[in-house]
Ligand binder design. Structure first.
Ligand SMILES: [Zn+2]
Length: 332
């Protein structure tokens, strides 16, 4: 008989950036011969990232996994990372291209860097694509979106860690792109993932949602915030809810987690039992917060809320956390 503590483990909702199919072969990252053989394979492919945006081959089905020879064709990469092996055994790399590999269209009149105006010079067959909009539109298989998230997060870290935080000397890439080493003080640095708690405070038949000014109009979502040093997940959940809405919470239950490559977070989804009811918003992070009855949340999901209020997009864990609460922890 299965132990009870595994019964609720690993809930796989339909949010983006999970379900990465690659075998990361993390135990082989120090094996130079193995890495060189992978890099030379004719079926080796790469995700090219320039100025934080993936480069796609245009077409009816836009393709971000390009032959590794594309890297040299575009003038070479600042660095490469072995993301892992596909189920077929074919290796997949991420390549961080220098900013100079892409250019901005000259007709950008307002002088503000509009990312949609970036292009790869001399390559009409390639285009730069915003990862967030790719995930929102769900135009690619979820496995591919997960690999893109991995590539974006790890190259973002490399792009900002060229110098040692300990002594200021240059660092160099090691372990197939999964470590940087300082040439002077010899400190090893590893890619960061920043934990963020995202949660619903629950008061019986109601849950707490808030909105930030930057949200799409009329969208309400779960509260969220970074876990701080010296905090458990549960403590971070209670602190954030109190900080943003002045609601006290007791029991906290973990539900699921989502990698979130903007730039390199892990969203830790929780429910928290509210012990107080009066909301006072901080006015800094939130412009509004309120309690929502189950029926009201159902109306938001079904796009028939009387005030036109909307639930978060299905790409985000907040959408699924809310659905999970609405369904009382049962599947749809
Ligand atoms: Zn150093």
């Amino acid at each position: 008989m299965e132990d009870a503590f595994f019964k609720t483990a690993d809930r796989t909702f339909g949010f983006s950036f999970h379900g990465n199919p690659l075998d990361r072969v993390s135990e082989r990252r120090e094996d130079a011969d193995f890495l060189a053989a992978l890099r030379a394979r004719p079926d080796a492919r790469a995700l090219l990232i320039a100025r934080e945006m993936p480069i796609f081959a245009k077409g009816e089905h836009p393709e971000p996994l390009l032959p590794v020879t594309t890297i040299a064709a575009l003038g070479g990469a600042r660095l490469e990372v072995l993301l892992g092996l596909e189920p077929s055994g074919a290796p997949v790399f991420a390549a961080l291209l220098p900013d100079s590999a892409v250019e901005q269209r000259a007709d950008n009149s307002d002088g503000f860097l509009d990312r949609r105006e970036l292009f790869v010079p001399g390559r009409d067959d390639l285009e730069l694509v915003d990862l967030r909009s790719i995930a929102v539109q769900g135009l690619l298989p979820s496995e591919t979106i997960a690999i893109l998230g991995q590539a974006k997060a790890v190259t973002h870290w490399h792009a900002r860690h060229g110098f040692c935080p300990n002594c200021g000397a240059p660092t160099r890439v090691a372990a197939a792109g999964w470590r940087r080493e300082c040439e002077v003080c010899k400190t090893h640095h590893f890619p960061r993932t920043d934990p963020v708690v995202i949660m619903l405070a629950v008061d019986g038949e109601r849950c707490l949602l808030g909105r930030q000014a930057r949200f799409p109009k009329r969208m309400y979502s779960a509260l969220a915030g970074f876990v701080e040093p010296g905090e458990t997940i549960e403590e971070a959940v209670r602190r954030e809810i109190h900080e943003e809405a002045r609601i006290d919470c007791g029991a906290v239950a973990y539900v699921a987690s989502q990698p979130w490559p903007f730039p390199a977070s892990l969203m830790i989804g929780c429910l928290a039992q509210a012990k107080s009811r009066e909301i006072v918003i901080d006015g800094l992070e939130l412009e509004d917060a309120r309690w929502f009855e189950r029926e009201e949340v159902r109306a938001m999901f079904e796009k028939r809320h009387p005030e036109g209020l909307a639930a978060p997009n299905p790409m985000a864990i907040a959408h699924h956390l809310l659905r999970f609460w609405l369904n009382r922890g049962l599947p749809d």
